[in-house]
Ligand binder design. Structure first.
Ligand code: AMP
Length: 285
């Protein structure tokens, strides 16, 4: 595995591969790597000749500066993990290589209604930051395929929209969420959980399954009751809930009744202590 820090050096490497007609796949991350990231890398390596992984904690996507400063940074362990994977190049740019003109007055994207719901409502500006960094990383990598996790469901939808807005030829491939044995979705933020919080954290996945069961069993229960029971379960466990939403899986618009869409996605965001966790589950009715 080669480590490259500067976008121009990376592009030089990429053009050499493309001249040999090799396909390039890209897995962007913010590091503190876990098995979820490694699965994306495996998908990428099985689809593409060359696998590029980036580690870059993007300042512009954090609406909360404290969250940015507390984001886990474990670069040495990450490099060790990647050295044992099928990654060909680790792109590890410094902030000033990604944002050479600084981070003020950055471009804004017209993402439509998806920008301000769910994560967008609770993390204003977050998706503009995601688009700003993905645009820059795509310019440096020019990948044929981009691999991202369903764990960040709304982010995948935003990035798909971005790819069409900027007329990119890159194709997004969304990979399934990787979970711990007790159902907790793997996340770099899980590193910050205390032992007690770690024991409580799987309640998010259990609540997703509870909602899925309530929908699938077609019991005479209303959407309002299901969401209200889910909220109560989470709050009783000690979570402070940002949202429990049941949406159409294509538009992400909240459904108005249980029969209004054949493919749903249940999305939850909740804090346990200071740590904000998100997860989702697709349900085909
Ligand atoms: P992050 O480092 O958290 O920005 O995540 C980098 C990529 O890994 C994103 O595309 C995430 O959706 C994906 N990812 C994070 N956690 C998981 C997981 N548990 N399963 C699958 N993909 C994940």
């Amino acid at each position: 595995m080669t480590i490259i820090q500067q976008p121009t050096a990376l592009l030089e490497f990429i053009y050499k591969q493309k001249a040999k007609d090799l396909s390039v796949g890209f897995v962007p991350t913010m590091g503190a790597l876990h098995k979820g990231h490694l699965e994306l890398i495996k998908y990428c390596a099985s689809h593409c000749d060359i696998t590029i992984c980036s580690i870059f904690i993007n300042p512009t996507q954090f609406n909360d500066q404290a969250d940015y400063h507390k984001y886990p940074n474990r670069i040495e362990e990450d490099i060790r993990m990647l050295a044992g994977s099928s990654v060909n190049v680790l792109f590890l740019p410094p902030v000033n290589a990604v944002y050479p003109d600084g981070m003020d007055n950055l471009e804004q994207y017209n993402l439509g209604s998806i920008e301000n719901i769910l994560e967008g409502q609770y993390r204003p500006g977050h998706f503009q930051g995601v688009c700003q960094v993905i645009t820059r990383l795509l310019k440096a990598v020019e990948p044929d395929f981009l691999f991202m996790g369903q764990k960040d469901y709304q982010q995948c939808m935003v990035v798909n929209k971005l790819l069409s807005l900027i007329g990119s030829k890159t194709q997004l491939i969304t990979c399934p969420t990787v979970r711990e044995a007790d159902g907790l979705a793997m996340s770099s933020r899980n590193l910050r959980l205390s032992a007690v919080q770690r024991k409580l954290a799987p309640e998010i996945h259990k609540t997703l399954l509870f909602i899925k069961h309530s929908i699938s069993s077609k019991l005479p229960v209303t959407l309002y009751q299901i969401k209200s029971d889910a909220f109560k379960r989470l709050e009783k466990t000690g979570f402070s809930v940002d949202y429990v939403q049941i949406s159409d899986s294509i538009t992400l618009k909240p459904i108005k009744s249980l029969s209004s869409s054949p493919s749903l996605v249940i999305l939850i965001a909740a804090f346990i202590g200071e740590i904000r966790l998100i997860d989702n589950l697709i349900v085909n009715v």
